[in-house]
Structure formats: C-alpha cells, structure tokens
Design a protein. Structure first.
Length: 126
C-alpha cells in the first residue's frame, strides 16, 4: 500500500507527482527545488540561499511524513554547476547529524524554473 504525503510547508507539486509517497517503512521524497512555498518563486539567484531552501523544503516534507532529515538514508543532489558542491557539503552539515545519508551528486544541464539545485531523498521510518 502506498500513501501520499503532502504539506503546505513545502512547495505544492507543479506536475503529476506527490510531494512524497510512503510505502511500508520507506518514504520517497520527490525532488525539491528552491521555491518558497508561500510564493512558489525561487528564493534567490544565489546558490547558497537556494541550497538552504531545498533543505528546508525537504525537511518540511520529511516532518509531514512523521520523520526528520536524520531519517534520510539516501540523498540525490542535482546541480547545474558542480562548483557549488562545496557549498552543499558545508550547508548539509547544518541540517543533518552523523551518520550522514548515502548520497550522489549529479551535474545536470538545467533544472525546472532555472533553479541551480534540486534534491530528492529516501527516508526510512520503521
């Protein structure tokens, strides 16, 4: 059985997807870009501000599922400029405790709405 997860504290889905889906003990969080949930606009053109907003959006969805970012077991990071990867590492330490999740960082040509970063995650909630 799969259960959709939704919260007004993260951007509403802008397509045919759910913010997250719970299947058993696992919650799959859809990709989040740095949209302000109240305006549905990019928070800034600055990479660091965008990275913070993506983590806040993921955190809101994780909390709506009954968890936190510390329940993330897998994180995927998509960057239009891999030069921002150092900022991801630095900022990530503000949102996660050790042990950190498994992670991949992927360089992409473009992201929705001109975002510089997008992340998706998998939570384990036994």
């Amino acid at each position: 059985m799969k259960t959709p997860i939704a919260t007004a504290n993260a951007p509403a889905a802008i397509g045919t997807y759910s913010q997250a889906i719970r299947a058993g003990d696992t919650v799959y969080l859809s990709g989040q870009i740095p949209l302000d949930p109240s305006t549905m606009e990019l928070v800034s053109d600055a990479a660091q501000a965008q990275i913070h907003q993506v983590f806040r959006n993921l955190q809101a969805v994780a909390e709506a599922a009954g968890g936190s970012l510390n329940d993330v077991v897998r994180l995927s990071v998509y960057l239009t400029d891999l030069g921002h990867f150092g900022s991801v590492n630095e900022i990530m330490a503000e949102y996660f405790d050790e042990p950190y999740p498994a992670r991949a960082a992927i360089g992409v040509a473009a992201l929705p709405r001109g975002a510089l970063v997008e992340m998706d995650a998998v939570l384990y909630l036994p």
